[in-house]
Design a protein around this ligand. Structure first.
Ligand SMILES: [Zn+2]
Ligand SMILES: [Zn+2]
Length: 202
């Protein structure tokens, strides 16, 4: 079954949005759109603010995204809500709220929808080609692998053989018996590449 154009366009958008992972790019984009909505009128929306307080506010990463896309007053109003709620619980000796970040939930929903579509169209050559050439983080490789045919899955994993060998060489050359062998610039860079693959954002 051929993947619909809309899915391919969405994936292309992800590639434009992120150098390190197409799917992270798309998830973060949807969460940002949700946070933009809140920034535009949400701080005047009392039921929304009450709901956010019940959920414990946003996670640290999404507090930062919110702060970066809005003006000082909106950040002050929301963060005041979050701090007051959590500090009041702490003051009463209550257990910390189990934080349920709505922006993280938007990312999860995006991820689930993408994984479902990819699974549905996993036999499409164009989709396979895209996924094999696009940058992906480890967490998305792990999730994607389960949706893909075995041959594609193996290729997707094999893409990282080079990185594993460079790391192995770097480790080997730290042994005193091989200390006369110089590390290559690529081997030195491998730790940073591992961090990117592990999902650390620059
Ligand atoms: Zn990712
Ligand atoms: Zn979050």
């Amino acid at each position: 079954m051929k993947a619909p154009k809309s899915l391919m366009h969405q994936l292309e958008l992800g590639r434009e949005l992120s150098d390190s992972c197409v799917l992270c790019g798309l998830e973060h984009y949807q969460a940002k759109r949700y946070l933009e909505g809140v920034a535009n009128d949400g701080v005047n929306n009392i039921p929304l603010r009450q709901r956010l307080m019940r959920l414990g506010g946003y996670c640290p990463r999404h507090c930062l995204v919110f702060d970066e896309l809005t003006h000082l007053l909106s950040s002050a109003i929301l963060f005041d809500d979050f701090l007051k709620t959590r500090l009041a619980r702490a003051a009463a000796g209550k257990r910390p709220l189990n934080l349920q970040c709505e922006a993280c939930a938007v990312e999860q929903k995006t991820r689930d929808a993408l994984m479902q579509s990819i699974k549905r169209y996993r036999q499409d050559a164009a989709l396979q080609e895209f996924l094999l050439t696009a940058p992906l983080c480890l967490s998305h490789i792990e999730q994607l692998s389960r949706q893909l045919p075995e041959a594609v899955r193996k290729q997707l994993i094999a893409k990282h053989d080079g990185l594993l060998s460079r790391l192995a060489e770097l480790i080997r050359k730290h042994d005193y018996r091989f200390s006369d062998e110089n590390m290559t610039p690529e081997e030195i860079k491998s730790v940073r590449q591992a961090l990117t693959l592990l999902g650390v954002r620059e």
